[in-house]
Design a protein. Structure first.
Length: 387
């Protein structure tokens, strides 16, 4: 189920990546999706809505990562154009907001945490994604009582992100204030996006925290550039793609040669369309698609986004068509080739039509018998929150 949810999240999040550049997406933005893909995207969003728990959350296999999955699913529904006040998925979004608000822990300085064992040693992933989702949802909340509560929850969440920052300027899957002074690319990308979303709506003033985070991402990309063995390519692709939208979002950094170089690297190395492997590549494409979309919207690279969207949407649509027809998703070409090689009978043998086992040619009198059968700081009573 987790893999199925992640693949639907990929389809839903590709719907309108304008969440990065504007406030909350509108139905008009959803209209930018070409007509032939809209049914597939809608089916993906309907799948998410159908699989929301009664209390408002989503989860992976065995209940894993509920805060992170709920936040991603909520953002996918926001991108459709719905919000907490109106739209087809307003009830689902509102329930997701309430569930995350209830997970904000006063005893841990506002950390949004579910207590599920899967998040014990990686709670900053879910916390950052939840802060980002709540920041976008807040923009359309008009109920005064809910608005005031959400205001305080997001403000505390942003404060926690700032306290969690490592000495290197980045973030880790756990927090510095809880004794873990480490950094990594994924956690840093998630927290910088959360701060950007919070800043759009007044919970955070851009300053040292964001700049240090971006500096850390550039430093880590430089380390990646020192060379990775062929077996490490998937990891290198994922980390480069994760850092990319955070750096492109910053106009100044986009103009730096190092950023442009990694943009080209991702274009040349990241598998797209039928080469994508579900269960492995969703997170890479969640960030890579954002990078391409931001470059497209800023007039830096018009063709790259549209070509990418066509390849990915065609693949997602074909995958859904096969699943709807009761057939398993078609695996990547290299996997099909490997499978064919692994099932090929030994030289001089054939498959028996009754047992599907390899038997010597000489044991059968007729060679034609049988057959071979072959997936803002926020303005509050205390004033603005410093960076």
């Amino acid at each position: 189920m987790k893999t199925k949810i992640l693949s639907r999240l990929l389809a839903g999040c590709l719907l309108a990546l304008a969440v990065w550049l504007v406030h909350v997406p509108t139905p008009a933005q959803a209209g930018e999706v070409p007509e032939k893909y809209r049914e597939t995207v809608q089916k993906g969003l309907e799948f998410l809505a159908k699989n929301q728990a009664k209390d408002g959350h989503w989860e992976g296999d065995g209940g894993k990562h509920p805060v992170a999955i709920t936040s991603l699913a909520g953002m996918a529904l926001l991108m459709e154009g719905s919000n907490v006040q109106e739209g087809k998925y307003r009830a689902h979004i509102s329930k997701a907001v309430d569930w995350l608000v209830a997970r904000s822990e006063a005893r841990r300085d506002g950390l949004i945490f579910s207590d599920h064992p899967s998040e014990t040693d990686r709670y900053m992933y879910g916390h950052g994604l939840a802060t980002e989702f709540l920041g976008w949802a807040y923009a359309k909340e008009i109920d005064a009582k809910r608005n005031e509560k959400l205001d305080q929850i997001i403000l505390r969440a942003v404060k926690y992100i700032l306290k969690a920052r490592s000495s290197e300027g980045g973030w880790y899957r756990t927090a510095k204030i809880e004794g873990h002074d480490f950094s990594e690319i994924l956690a840093t990308a998630i927290q910088t996006q959360a701060l950007c979303a919070a800043g759009k709506h007044g919970f955070f003033l851009r300053g040292a925290a964001l700049e240090d985070g971006w500096d850390y991402l550039e430093k880590m990309l430089a380390r990646l550039d020192e060379g990775a063995k062929p077996a490490q390519n998937r990891s290198k692709q994922a980390e480069a793609a994760t850092a990319l939208p955070c750096l492109i979002w910053n106009h100044k950094r986009w103009n730096e040669e190092s950023c442009k170089k990694w943009y080209k690297y991702c274009q040349s190395e990241i598998p797209v369309g039928r080469a994508v492997k579900f269960g492995r590549d969703e997170l890479t494409h969640y960030y890579y698609a954002q990078g391409l979309f931001i470059a497209h919207k800023r007039g830096k690279d018009f063709a790259a986004w549209t070509d990418y969207r066509t390849a990915m949407f065609d693949h997602l649509q074909a995958r859904r068509t096969r699943t709807a027809a009761g057939r398993p998703p078609r695996p990547p070409r290299e996997e099909r080739s490997a499978s064919a090689r692994s099932t090929r009978p030994p030289c001089g043998a054939r498959f028996s039509s009754s047992t599907k086992t390899a038997i010597p040619w000489r044991s059968t009198p007729h060679r034609n018998e049988g057959s071979h059968h072959e997936i803002q700081g926020r303005v509050c009573s205390a004033g603005r929150l410093p960076a």
